[in-house]
Design a protein around this ligand. Structure first.
Ligand SMILES: Cc1cc2nc3c(=O)[nH]c(=O)nc-3n(C[C@H](O)[C@H](O)[C@H](O)COP(=O)(O)OP(=O)(O)OC[C@H]3O[C@@H](n4cnc5c(N)ncnc54)[C@H](O)[C@@H]3O)c2cc1C
Ligand code: SF4
Length: 327
């Protein structure tokens, strides 16, 4: 491991002030420390931000404000999250293990890095995300876990977070603070597709800190769920996952939210499927047609063609479950 300095921030301003060019913010360390051990990440300084806000509180208009240092377990167990945004509680509980969720923070979960094995294999593999311009060994390699949507000839990695898929479906807002001040950005705009620069993963400015996540006040989001398809029942990343919420009024779909995990470099908002469903009758056929519409541009690799059908079936099944609940 490369030597680094360590400081514990007392508040957001202090954290930003302490974070120099090569520094990294430290949440639970469950991803960053692994990457440092593998020398994929070599920060000269760590700024511990676990002492920042870990409050979950109601804000004006009924939105729910979650401090970025809140541990994943605390979010999943919070009564307001469980009652009003069950998709978020279920997504978090489907990830990692109890011990890791007890350590992992909201900010760190959002910014965790891909689990592409070639990205971690510092000594033996080519990776454009690690070394821009070097090439990507996943494209012709073992790519069963990789992207089918929005990938590029530079990178076919997926974003690993379950929590972010739920946040995308919920239209969550991310609160940021940096040397230029505070701003907010929709979660769906925070992560980037790889294009030609897979090493640039988010729209964050250098040194910008995530301070909170805000969930909108929409009572109908209480009718939401998350389903994760994976190789083992626990402790495995998603092959495909679906976060969805459904609002049906007078026999028609009034509103719908669908986001996918395990299929792209960022949490994938299924805009085409949503458009196909708004105003339609909530039938199994409509759900399947919408799921197919979402997959129309899917570009599977050598080992992950199964994900296209799996994603279609999972979208349709989750929407069917929500519609059944409403019947
Ligand atoms: C064995 C294993 C299995 C796992 N399985 C799953 C799974 O199935 N599903 C899943 O979703 N996840 C899974 N994870 C990943 C886990 O969820 C993440 O490691 C965790 O959420 C990261 O949170 P952290 O607080 O530990 O982040 P850290 O490791 O501390 O930080 C991660 C990144 O976020 C940055 N950061 C942290 N806080 C902030 C902030 N406030 N502002 C700006 N930047 C910040 C850090 O600089 C770093 O770049 C697994 C991890 C392991 C080790
Ligand atoms: S898919 Fe992306 S992260 Fe994986 S080896 Fe290729 S460039 Fe690196």
């Amino acid at each position: 491991m490369t030597p680094f300095s360590f400081a514990r921030a007392t508040n957001a301003g202090d954290a930003i002030h302490r974070a120099g060019a090569d520094a990294r913010y430290l949440g639970g360390g469950t991803n960053l420390v692994d990457l440092m051990r593998e020398t994929v990440e070599r920060p000269s300084a760590l700024v511990d931000v676990t002492g920042l806000s870990h409050d979950i509180e109601e804000r004006g208009g009924g939105s729910l404000h979650i401090g970025a240092a809140t541990r994943n377990t605390a979010v999943a167990e919070h009564p307001a999250v469980r009652a009003r945004y069950p998709v978020l509680a279920r997504a978090i509980l489907s990830g990692a293990s109890g011990q890791i969720r007890n350590m992992a923070t909201v900010g760190g979960n959002i910014l965790q890095r891909t689990r592409c094995a070639y990205f971690y294999d510092h000594a033996g593999s080519r990776c454009n995300k690690r070394n821009p311009g070097e090439g990507c060994d996943a494209i012709e390699g073992l790519n069963r876990m990789h992207a089918i949507l929005g990938a590029s000839p530079s990178c076919v990695a997926t974003h690993p977070s379950d929590m972010c898929v739920a946040l995308a479906a919920l239209d969550a807002t991310i609160h940021l603070e940096g040397s230029a001040g505070q701003r907010q950005i929709p979660l769906t705009d925070l992560h980037r597709l790889p294009d030609g620069r897979p090493d640039i993963e988010t729209m964050l400015e250098p040194g910008e800190l995530i301070t909170a996540v805000e969930l909108p006040a929409s009572p109908w989001l209480a009718r939401s769920t998350y389903r994760k398809v994976r190789d083992r029942a626990s402790y495995a990343f998603a092959l495909v996952s679906v976060a969805a919420a459904l609002r049906i009024e007078s026999g028609r779909i009034e509103d719908v939210r669908i986001a996918l995990g395990g299929v792209a470099h960022k949490p994938w908002r299924a805009v085409r499927a949503e458009e196909a469903l708004r105003g339609a009758a909530p039938t199994a056929a409509a759900f399947r047609t919408a799921a197919r519409a979402e997959m129309i541009d899917a570009a599977p690799l050598g080992h992950n063609g199964f994900k296209v059908d799996l994603a279609e079936r999972t979208i349709a099944a989750v929407l069917g479950e929500l519609a059944g609940d409403l019947a």
